[in-house]
Write a protein that binds this ligand. Structure first.
Ligand code: FEO
Length: 434
């Protein structure tokens, strides 16, 4: 067992520190509250602060600690832990996710309970080494990787692991306490909502925080969410114990159902499975790019099996467009070039797409320009950066399109539709080619 230099340093103990909280038979919450946090991971707003939930499970043959807390809150965590167990009793440490808000106190915990065995997912190994940074002179790092169905027994209590990667890091997993029907879900089903009343039937209204958290943390990984739900839905669920926000003891299955709803596309039901969707977004300064967009639409619509939608970015909000793009099969952007760049509303939308998975969708760009026309290439580059395929070379037209040039636009749209249907002859530009 490695004993790294303790990065953890004692801090003044908060006054009136509440103790551990019993959440299920033999299970205590030993986490920490962070009520003043207003931004998490730089990008996430946290109007109610957050919590770092960690748990202790007591069995007849020892104690397990499931997840830890952010380093700054290690004092609270250890005090709560000490109120319900001795370090010598700890046989098992489970880290469902190694992001620092849950692994911050791990090195110190391993130092205090050197006899405990650490259980992590198969994908967490590299992260663990990066976290603990063992020196060459240290003893080899001891841990055990686990996957779906692997179990560790505490005598009368069994921890069973579920391999649930990319929720929202490659290393993430869930741990199920079989006898009590408790799911330690990691970030899944969590939210940034700090409320010392702790349980979902006692805290304030956290619906906004729950959906906001999903939208920013889980949404890019919907396919992985659905894969995880296949493992979670068959479980008997008395309680879901996430690493952030309220503990879900009142009708926990509602949150599982809600995750499925949030992760399931509804577009196929609306337009039919036999049709593919192309969304065209454009901005136009003097009407030229708008005319191009209409011609691209006409060309694409000429091909049966493609449903085309046209949107002027001057008349829309970004968020609903992100929703449309997430479910579309192909996206085309039209932008004039102003000062050597695509226009801001186009960038605003493109920069908002990091929260959705666009890998493999088709992309295309077009636009009118005055003298340089960089916008089309810049948009294409951004789409490739989003792992989209760009099968049809971008179309630029100088100033006002002629009838012949509008024919080019119709042909551009038609070729895009054919590529979408898998009937085109265009070379698909893959990321690997670039
Ligand atoms: Fe709460 Fe992904 O850490």
């Amino acid at each position: 067992m490695v004993t790294p230099e303790p990065a953890w340093a004692p801090a003044p103990l908060p006054a009136n520190l509440p103790g551990a909280v019993a959440v299920a038979p033999g299970v205590h919450w030993i986490g920490a509250m962070d009520p003043t946090l207003r931004t998490f991971d730089i990008i996430l707003r946290t109007a109610n602060g957050t919590s770092y939930n960690a748990y202790l499970v007591r069995g007849e043959e020892g104690v397990a600690v499931v997840d830890t807390v952010k380093l700054e809150f290690a004092v609270e965590f250890f005090r709560r832990l000490e109120s319900v167990a001795d370090y010598a009793e700890i046989r098992v440490i489970v880290l469902n996710h190694l992001e620092p808000d849950h692994s911050g106190a791990l090195p110190e915990l391993m130092r205090r309970a050197p006899q405990a065995r650490l259980y992590i997912s198969t994908r967490a190994t590299a992260m663990l080494k990066a976290l603990l940074k063992p020196k060459a002179t240290d003893r080899p790092l001891e841990y055990q990787t686990v996957g779906t169905g692997d179990e560790v027994s505490l005598g009368n209590r069994t921890l069973r692991f579920l391999h649930t990667p990319f929720l929202h890091w490659p290393d993430t997993q869930c741990t199920y306490l079989v006898e009590e029907g408790v799911l330690f879900s990691g970030d899944v089903f969590g939210c940034h909502y700090c409320d010392s009343r702790l349980f979902n039937d006692r805290v304030g209204d956290f619906r906004f925080s729950f959906d906001y958290y999903y939208a920013h943390i889980m949404r890019p990984f919907k396919a992985h969410v659905l894969a995880a739900l296949k493992l979670i839905e068959p479980l008997r669920l008395n309680l879901i114990a996430p690493t952030h926000g309220p503990i879900l003891r009142d009708r926990p299955r509602r949150y599982v159902t809600h995750y499925r709803e949030l992760s399931t596309s509804s577009l196929a039901e609306r337009i039919g499975n036999e049709e593919l969707s192309l969304c065209i977004f454009y901005m136009s300064a003097y009407g030229s790019t708008a005319r191009m967009a209409e011609a691209v639409q006409a060309g694409a619509e000429a091909e049966p099996g493609v449903r085309v939608s046209l949107y002027d970015l001057a008349g829309g909000e970004t968020t609903p467009f992100v929703d449309l793009i997430e479910e579309a099969d192909a996206i085309a952007f039209g932008s004039p070039t102003i000062n050597g760049d695509a226009v801001k509303p186009v960038w605003d939308l493109l920069s908002s797409l990091a929260v959705v998975n666009l890998q493999g969708k088709l992309g295309a760009a077009f636009g009118s320009f005055g003298w340089s026309g960089e916008a089309v290439r810049m948009i294409e580059d951004r789409m490739r950066g989003l792992k989209m395929r760009v099968p049809v070379a971008g179309l630029r037209i100088k100033l006002i399109p002629t009838d012949e040039e509008l024919d080019e636009c119709r042909d551009f749209g038609h070729r895009l539709a054919l590529a979408l249907l898998g009937e085109g002859t265009e070379r698909v530009i893959e990321m690997a080619d670039l």
